[in-house]
Write a protein that binds this ligand. Structure first.
Ligand code: UDP
Length: 338
């Protein structure tokens, strides 16, 4: 059975391709290499023994996308990762973000609607909750006004899918709201490859430890948390990838309760920035150079998932610890720079 993975050479996409192949799916990847490299195909095939079919295509090209679905009429499911994801850039270039993340989404849904069947998995984010009023965050927590055009594309993206599913019963979709995916495949053959200066904590830590960055700035230590630094729910990317396969199987087997569902993907445990640093130092045996810096604009104080719905309804649970995730991130960083 063929499954389309858009953005399948990116960080979460590539790990999902691996898990799909482990489960026997035939994978077709669409990626425009805007934030990834064709070398990732080698990493995937080194792990699974099989290279996915690859189409270098920009999803904004509606004609080509239509041609793609004509070429592969036997696609039974779509996992849609392809999107722009830099929060700061989205503030500078809102139209680019709305076109890439929302225009493209409407094109994909139009194709699936035309096909008359569609099993669609969407990359959403816990940013839709903003600063939630209580922890842990359940899927019933209200969606708060987005802090950036990027965040808004996740909220509006979910609404576009929900509204489309509402009137097209042949379309089935699941939105997965990720908390903070980190780490790399334990083989160190695929992992995160941020372009330029990393915006996210864990790649910044590993790049500092390997000597590419001088020092990590910890953004604020005066938050109302036990050690004063922000709290997030860091989840191993392989756990996130496995959740996509389970969600897809749920749709393919018709086990979904409604034709649009939403699940949190987190571990359920919150960790502070200082705890993440400690974990890194423990698993790497290296002292990290860091200092306390002013707060970063737009950061919420804390966000961690209530995972009950994913655990019970989806039948998925995060398996890896923070230490395991940090260890894999560090092994990947060393491999990439060697
Ligand atoms: N953070 C930090 N220094 C950095 C990058 C991130 O202290 O160089 C903190 C950030 O303030 C937040 C946490 O690490 O509390 C996670 O940030 P990240 O950007 O990785 O994910 P976010 O939760 O913001 O999506």
């Amino acid at each position: 059975m063929k499954i389309l993975v858009t953005g399948g050479l990116g960080f979460i996409g590539s790990h999902t391709v691996v898990e799909l192949q482990h489960q026997g799916f035939e994978v077709v990847v669409i990626d425009n290499l805007s934030n990834s490299s064709e070398d990732v195909l080698d990493g995937i095939s080194a792990i699974t023994g099989k290279e996915p079919i690859f189409e270098n295509l920009d999803l904004r090209d509606k004609k080509k996308l239509n041609g793609f679905f004509e070429k592969y009429p036997d696609i039974r499911g779509v996992i849609h990762f392809a999107a722009s994801k830099a929060v700061g850039e989205s503030v500078e270039e809102p139209l680019l973000y709305y076109e890439n993340n929302l225009g493209v989404l409407t094109y994909l849904l139009q194709e699936l609607k035309q096909k008359g069947n569609g099993n669609f998995i969407f990359s959403s984010s816990c940013t839709v909750y903003g600063q939630a009023d209580s922890m842990p965050i359940t899927e019933a927590a209200p969606v708060k006004p987005a802090e950036s055009p990027y965040g808004n594309t996740k909220q509006v993206g979910e609404e576009i899918i929900r509204d489309t599913c509402n009137v097209n019963p042949e379309l089935k979709a699941i939105a997965l709201r990720y908390f903070n995916p980190i780490g790399a495949h334990p083989s160190a053959k695929i992992g995160e490859l941020p372009l330029g200066v990393p915006q996210n904590l864990v790649p910044y830590i590993t790049q500092t430890a390997i000597g590419i960055r001088e020092k990590l700035a910890v953004f604020g230590d005066d938050y109302p948390t036990p050690d004063g630094t922000c709290i997030r729910d860091y989840i191993h990317v392989v756990d996130v990838a496995k959740a996509h396969v389970i969600a897809l199987q749920r749709l393919l087997e018709g086990n979904n309760a409604t034709n649009y569902e939403v699940f949190n993907l987190g571990t359920g445990t919150g960790s502070s920035v200082l705890e993440v640093i400690k974990s890194f130092e423990k698993v790497s045996g290296k002292k990290l150079n860091y200092n306390i810096a002013p707060r970063r604009e737009g950061d919420v104080i804390q966000a961690y998932a209530d995972t009950k719905k994913a655990n019970t309804v989806l039948g998925w649970k995060a398996e890896s610890s923070l230490d395991e995730a940090m260890k894999s991130a560090w092994e990947w960083e060393q491999k990439v720079r060697s």
